[in-house]
Ligand binder design. Structure first.
Ligand code: SF4
Length: 407
C-alpha cells in the first residue's frame, strides 16, 4: 500500500470490542466477553493482534506526532487493570508511543469506561501509563429508565464510579447523558444532569437518543417519546448545562473552558486520525490534493483475529475523492459551534466554504441561522450555524449535499 501521504500528525483511536451486556439502543460493534479463562484468552489474542497491527500501521503511516489517543469501545474497562496494562505495554513498544510524561509530550489520552466495570485499580493503571482523560458512560441515574434499555448497574454503582473519576481525573473527566430514552420526562432528565454535575465533570456529552436499525430498540420505536418532545427535552438539557457554565462546542458536546475533546475535535475538523481494532476506521488526508484515504478494519472479530492485514476483507481502503472529502469536511465541520476551519478548507480545496456552498449559506443566513457575515467574525473564522441553527443541522446538511451534488 502506498498512500502517497507524507508523515503527518494524527490521532489514534483504539476500539475495544467487548461488553458485559448489550444496551438496547446501541449499534457499536462489540461482542459479549465471556467470563473467566475463556474471556482472558480472548483478551490475550485481541491484544496480541492489536500489537501486530499497530506495528504494521505505524510502519505504513509513520507519524510525525500523535497529539491524541482515544481508547473506546465497546467497553475498555471490561479489560480490567491487568488487561489494560497489557494493552498499554503493547503500545509502549511502538515508535513515538512510549512514556509521554518522560518526554514531556503534551498528548491527550482518553480511555472510555462503564461504571459497572470500573474500579480504582483500572484507573490507577490508566493514570500510571499516562492516560489523562476519562470518558464515563452514565446515560441516566434512573433505575426505571436504565432497566427499560437494559443498561445494567444500580445507581450506587454510578455514584461510586463518578467518585472514582473525580478522584483519579479531577480536572479531566467526561460523562455521557441521554435525552429521549423511552419513558423519560423532563424531570428525569433534569435530575440526571443535576446529579451528574455534583461530581464536576469537565466535559458532558448530551446525546439525543438515535434509533438505529437492527438494535432491539428499533422494534420498540413506539415506546420512544415523539420526536418533537424528545427535541424539547434535549433543549432543556442543553439550557441546564449552559446555566451551569458548560459551553456547547459541538452538536452534542459541552465543556468547561479548555476541556473540549481534542481527539474528537480532530474528527469534526477532518484532521488525520488512524484506528486500530475491529470496526476501527481511520482517515488520512492529503492537504495538497484535497483527497483522502480511509482505512477500515473489519467489524468481524473472528476475521480480525485472523491477523494478517493482507487477508481479504480484514482491512479495506477507500479513496476519498475531492468532492467526497469536501462534503465530509462540511458535514463534520458544521457540527461545531465555530463551524468548519475556513483556512484549512481553503488550503485543501482552493476555495472557502462561502465559495463552495453560497446558495445554502444565503438561504440559511436569511433565516438568521448562520452567524453574522464572516467579514465581521474573528480572524480566520468562516460561517457557522447559530445555536438555534445547530438544532436544524440535518436539514442544513441536506441543502449542502443538494448544492454540491445536484444530480
Ligand atoms: S452502549 Fe456501550 S456498554 Fe452498551 S452495548 Fe454499546 S458499547 Fe456496550
Amino acid at each position: 500500500m502506498s498512500p502517497g501521504i507524507p508523515p503527518a500528525d494524527y490521532s489514534l483511536y483504539i476500539h475495544v470490542p467487548f461488553c458485559r451486556s448489550f444496551c438496547d439502543y446501541c449499534d457499536f460493534y462489540s461482542v459479549l466477553l465471556p467470563p473467566g479463562g475463556e474471556g482472558n484468552t480472548l483478551v490475550e489474542r485481541y491484544i496480541n493482534t492489536l500489537a501486530a497491527d499497530a506495528r504494521w500501521l505505524f510502519e505504513k503511516f509513520p507519524a510525525a506526532t500523535i497529539p491524541a489517543i482515544y481508547i473506546g469501545g465497546g467497553t475498555p474497562s471490561v479489560l480490567g487493570a491487568e488487561g489494560i496494562r497489557r494493552l498499554f505495554g503493547a503500545l509502549g513498544e511502538l515508535p513515538g508511543l512510549g512514556r509521554d510524561r518522560d518526554r514531556g509530550q503534551d498528548r491527550e489520552w482518553t480511555v472510555e469506561a462503564n461504571p459497572e466495570s470500573l474500579d480504582g485499580e483500572f484507573l490507577h493503571a490508566c493514570r500510571e501509563a499516562g492516560v489523562n482523560r476519562l470518558s464515563l458512560g452514565v446515560q441516566s441515574f434512573s433505575p426505571r429508565l436504565r432497566a427499560l434499555v437494559h443498561r445494567g448497574g444500580p445507581v450506587e454503582v454510578l455514584e461510586r464510579a463518578l467518585d472514582l473519576a473525580l478522584r483519579f481525573f479531577p480536572q479531566s473527566f467526561s460523562a455521557d447523558i441521554m435525552a429521549g430514552l423511552p419513558g423519560q420526562d423532563l424531570k428525569d432528565l433534569l435530575d440526571d444532569i443535576e446529579r451528574l454535575l455534583i461530581f464536576h465533570p469537565a466535559h458532558v456529552s448530551l446525546y439525543a437518543l438515535n434509533l438505529e436499525e437492527g438494535t432491539p430498540l428499533w422494534d420498540r420505536a413506539a415506546e420512544l417519546p415523539p420526536q418533537d418532545k424528545a427535541g424539547r427535552l434535549w433543549i432543556r438539557g442543553r439550557d441546564a448545562l449552559e446555566r451551569s457554565g458548560y459551553s456547547q462546542y459541538e452538536v452534542s458536546n459541552f465543556s468547561l473552558p479548555g476541556h473540549e475533546s481534542r481527539h474528537n475535535l480532530r474528527y469534526w475538523g477532518m484532521k488525520n486520525w488512524l484506528a486500530l481494532g475491529p470496526s476501527g476506521s481511520g482517515t488520512l488526508i492529503d492537504d495538497r490534493k484535497g483527497t483522502g484515504l480511509r482505512v477500515n478494519w473489519s467489524a468481524d472479530l473472528a476475521l480480525w483475529l485472523a491477523g494478517d492485514p493482507a487477508r481479504p476483507g480484514r482491512l479495506e481502503q477507500e479513496n476519498l475523492d475531492r468532492l467526497s472529502l469536501m462534503k465530509e469536511s462540511l458535514l463534520m465541520g458544521f457540527r461545531l459551534s465555530r463551524g468548519p476551519d475556513a483556512p484549512l478548507f481553503k488550503r485543501r480545496f482552493g476555495l472557502s466554504p462561502e465559495e463552495a456552498i453560497p446558495k445554502t449559506l444565503a438561504k440559511w443566513r436569511s433565516r438568521g441561522l448562520i452567524r453574522a457575515d464572516p467579514a465581521n467574525s474573528p480572524a480566520g473564522q468562516g460561517p457557522a450555524l447559530t445555536r438555534k441553527g445547530l438544532l436544524f443541522l440535518n436539514s442544513f446538511l441536506v441543502d449542502i449535499f443538494e448544492e454540491l451534488d445536484p444530480d
